[in-house]
Ligand binder design. Structure first.
Ligand SMILES: *Cc1c(COP(=O)(O)O)cnc(C)c1O
Length: 486
C-alpha cells in the first residue's frame, strides 16, 4: 500500500531539493560555461604550436584515480584532469600536422551546432516531434544526393560515421535483392582488397559472411579492374551463382584510389547487381570541378556512403548514407510500435527513425547545417581543392628527394612513399622513420602494408593543413632520415 500523500509530499520536497542541482541557475551556468570556453579558446589559440602526437608513459591512466562518485567535482578540477589525461596523450586530430589517418580537424561552428542541438534538445527522429529538425536533416541529405546526381527519389540517413552508413547500405542491398538465408551461399559479393574494413564488419552484422566474396584484382593505381570484375561475374554466373552486389570505393583509405565508377556501373547494369560506392573519405571531392570526371558513373550507383567528418572537416560523429531508390531504404527500416501511434499524422517529410536503425537520436544534422549555412559551400570547396594540390605538391617534392620512392600519382589527397636506405632492410628503416616522426610530434604520418611492402602514407585532409605544414613535413622527413642513416 502506498503511504499517505502528506508523507509523499514531504519526501518529494527533499528529493526536489537534491534533484534541482541538475539545473544550474543563470549565474552558475555562466561559471561553468565560461571555464569551458576559456579552455577551448586556449586550445584553439595554441593549436598551431601544439604537438600532433604526445607519447606519455601513463597514457591518461590518471582518469582511473578519479572514479565515478556520489559527490560532484569542481569545473576547474575536471578541466585540469581533462587536459592532463585526455588532451595530452596520443593523437591530436585537430592539429594541422595530422597527416596520418584520414583527418578532418573539427571546424569550430560545428561544435556550436552541437551545443545548440544539445541545449534545446529537439528530437530529430520523427517529423511530428520536430518538423524543423527533420527538414534540416533531409535538406542536407537532398543536397548530398544532388551532389551525387541521384535525383528526387533518393532518401538517406545521417549516421555517426561511415561504418554505420555502410551497414545501412548493405542491409538495404540485401533486402532489395531478396538475399534471404536460403540465397546467401549463392549470392556473390565483389569488392577489392582495398575496400575499407568497415565493409567486412557490415557484411558480418548483416548476416552475409557466407556469401561468396570475390576480391577483384587491382590495376597499377590500386583501382578496381572493371574488366576483371566482369570476367569474374561471367564465370560465377556460369557456375550457377548469382552476382549480388559490387562494393567500389570513391577514394580508398589506404591510397586514395578512385575506382572506375562509370565502367563498374556498366558491369553492374549488365549483371543486375546492387552497386554500392563507399565514398566515406573521397565523396566530397566531387565539389572540386576538376574531379567531376573521375566521379562519372557515381549517379548510376544504388547506394553511397559519405563522411562529413572527413571531407567537410567536421568533428567526429557525422556520416551519411544515401540510397538512389529511397523506398528501398524505407522498406528495410520500417517498424510499428503502438505507443508511437500519435506521431503518424500530418507528415510532410520522411523521418530519420523510419530510414535507419536509431530511434532516440542526436540532432546531428545541426553540426553540419550550422557551419555550411554560416560559411556557404565555397570555402569548403576551396579547402578540398587546396588539400588535393597540397598532396600533389608533396608527392612531387618527395619523389625528387634522393633515395625516396613513391607509389602511383595520387587520385585524391592520399599518397604513399618510402625511403630506400643505403643498406639494410627498407621495411624496418621506414618503420623506424614513422616512429621517429611520431616522437618528434610536429607532423604525424601513418604507414600501410601493400602486398607485403611497408609504405609510409600521407593523408592530407585536415582543414588546418596549409602549405607551410607540408614544407615542415618534408623538412622533418629529411631530418629524421639523416638521423637514422647516421
Ligand atoms: C573512414 C572510412 C570508413 C569508415 O568510416 P567511419 O566514419 O570511420 O566509421 C569507411 N570507408 C572508407 C573508405 C573510409 O575512409
Amino acid at each position: 500500500m502506498l503511504p499517505s500523500n502528506a508523507t509523499i509530499t514531504e519526501k518529494l520536497s527533499i528529493l526536489e531539493q537534491e534533484a534541482r542541482q541538475l539545473e544550474p541557475n543563470e549565474a552558475e551556468r555562466a561559471k561553468i560555461r565560461d571555464r569551458v570556453i576559456d579552455y577551448t579558446e586556449a586550445f584553439l589559440n595554441g593549436v598551431e604550436e601544439a604537438d600532433v602526437f604526445q607519447i606519455l608513459p601513463d597514457k591518461g591512466a590518471e582518469i582511473l584515480q578519479h572514479p565515478i562518485a556520489e559527490e560532484g567535482t569542481s569545473t576547474e578540477e575536471l578541466l585540469a584532469l581533462f587536459e592532463r589525461a585526455v588532451d595530452q596523450p596520443g593523437l591530436n586530430p585537430a592539429s594541422a600536422g595530422h597527416l596520418g589517418y584520414i583527418p578532418g580537424g573539427g571546424i569550430y561552428p560545428a561544435a556550436l551546432g552541437d551545443y545548440l542541438a544539445a541545449v534545446t534538445n529537439r528530437y530529430a527522429g520523427i517529423f511530428f516531434a520536430s518538423p524543423g529538425a527533420i527538414r534540416i536533416e533531409n535538406q542536407l541529405l537532398r543536397w548530398i544526393s544532388d551532389l551525387i546526381g541521384y535525383g528526387t527519389t533518393a532518401a538517406g540517413n545521417l549516421t555517426s560515421g561511415g561504418s554505420i552508413a555502410n551497414l545501412i547500405a548493405i542491409v538495404t542491398a540485401r533486402d532489395a535483392k531478396g538475399v534471404t538465408s536460403d540465397k546467401v551461399k549463392t549470392s556473390v559479393i565483389y569488392m577489392s582488397e582495398q575496400a575499407h574494413h568497415s565493409v567486412q564488419k557490415a557484411l558480418h552484422y548483416a548476416g552475409l559472411t557466407e556469401c561468396p566474396l570475390r576480391m577483384v584484382s587491382l590495376d597499377a593505381h590500386f583501382r578496381m579492374d572493371a574488366a576483371a570484375l566482369e570476367a569474374q561475374m561471367k564465370a560465377d554466373r556460369k557456375a550457377g551463382l548469382t552476382p549480388f552486389m559490387i562494393i567500389a570505393s570513391a577514394g580508398t583509405t589506404d591510397t586514395g584510389a578512385m575506382d572506375p565508377l562509370d565502367a563498374i556501373a556498366d558491369v553492374s547494369e549488365r549483371y543486375n547487381t546492387w552497386f554500392h560506392v563507399d565514398a566515406a573519405y573521397g565523396g566530397f571531392f566531387v565539389l572540386v570541378d576538376e574531379l567531376k570526371e573521375s566521379f562519372k558513373g557515381v549517379e548510376r550507383s544504388d547506394s553511397l556512403v559519405i563522411d562529413p567528418h572527413k571531407g567537410l572537416f567536421l568533428p567526429y560523429g557525422l556520416g551519411a548514407v544515401v540510397i538512389r531508390d529511397g523506398d528501398r531504404l524505407k522498406q528495410s527500416n520500417s517498424y510499428e510500435a503502438s505507443y508511437m501511434q500519435d506521431t503518424l499524422q500530418d507528415i510532410d517529410e520522411l523521418s530519420p527513425a523510419e530510414l535507419g536503425p536509431e530511434l532516440s537520436k542526436h540532432f546531428r544534422g545541426l553540426r553540419l547545417w550550422f557551419p555550411i549555412k554560416l560559411f556557404g559551400v565555397k570555402p569548403f570547396r576551396a579547402a578540398l581543392e587546396e588539400k588535393l594540390w597540397l598532396c600533389r605538391y608533396f608527392y612531387q617534392e618527395v619523389k625528387a628527394m634522393p633515395q625516396f620512392e613513391v607509389g602511383p600519382e595520387p587520385d585524391l589527397s592520399v599518397a604513399i612513399f618510402r625511403y630506400v636506405p643505403q643498406s639494410g632492410n627498407a621495411d624496418e628503416f621506414n618503420q623506424k622513420l614513422v616512429e621517429a616522426i611520431k616522437a618528434d610530434g610536429r607532423v604525424f604520418l601513418s604507414s600501410t602494408n601493400i602486398k607485403g611492402t611497408f609504405w609510409i602514407r600521407i593523408a592530407v585532409l585536415a582543414f588546418r593543413t596549409h602549405k607551410h605544414r607540408i614544407d615542415l613535413c618534408l623538412e622533418v622527413l629529411k631530418e629524421k632520415v639523416g638521423e637514422l642513416e647516421a
